[in-house]
Design a protein around this ligand. Sequence first.
Ligand code: ZN
Ligand code: ZN
Length: 354
Amino acid sequence: MSENSFVIGAVNVTSTEVKCPGCGASIGVKYDPEALNLTCPFCGLVSALPQPGTVPVMQELDFNSALQRASVNWGHVKKMITCANCGGQTLYDAEQVTGACPFCGSTSVAPAAENAQIMAPQAVIPFAVTKEMTQLCFDNFLNSRRVASKKVYGSKLENVIGIYLPFWTYDTLTVSVYDAHTIESRYAPRQNFRGVINRFYDDLVIYGSDKVRNQNIKRVQEFDFQRMVPYSPKYLAGIPAERYTVGLNDGWERAKMQISEKIKKMLFRKYFWKATIDAINTNYYNVKFRYVLAPIYLATYKCGRMVYPVAINGQTGKTYCEVPTFLAKLILIPLAIMLLVLVLFFFALTPELM
Ligand SMILES: [Zn+2]
Ligand SMILES: [Zn+2]
């Protein structure tokens, strides 16, 4: 076993890599494997660790009270519309008049009743791509598509709308306890052991909406969250924002799922050739969240009689849309020729039919 191994009965326990969730101290933090708790000599914090294989006993985070305390002051009067077609909820400056949903173009939009208490964002990723640059992003994207039909080159973007999308970001310090056993071999019997690891997760990003809308958005929604700035109403002047439909709590559930996958993968990499992980249980400390708006352009272009939706990342310029291709022709034309040859061949073999 590695450094700092304990043995309780048949179970070895390692206490490496553990930091105090209170002050971050890593030297002298005592891990009591029988009581399953940590004691910090610096800040005095005694924190209970989760029992592997059980449901965490830790109190749930009180996001509801956080939401109540959160600012609802956008610095500007906002009104919200809900789209009856795609379910998208969009916030506008009160004096902006709009009759159409920016996501699907539907005019079945209605002002929402509860306009007053909509949480204001803490941060914004400002637009770095200007509206004028979107055509260039689109042209570059088309040029990267080899099989695109010649008809699409030179297409003009239409109905270009800049809009902010809602994201939750979470920071948390995790302490996980895991049970594992070594793989039995000719030279060594199976051994059970228990370990503790902790990790800090910074800016885990969860998209705050799961309405089915412009599918292209998913393809371009990678943002650099290091470049966010504190929210100020000036960033939203004249630009609508999508309202989150995945709330803070649901976002946190999704974030925890992502974290537990990461921890599983990390333990697998650490032990994959010498041990099997039986159970993991994780506590989350110092959870911080932020509500962040990130920029995107929605647009359309025409090819023949078809109208295609386009999404462009307003920070990076990454573009995605469906593009009509020659592929169908490339497959159908040889297929038709083959069929013709087969028919002629068939008639040549059976001249009595002629
Ligand atoms: Zn401490
Ligand atoms: Zn819509």
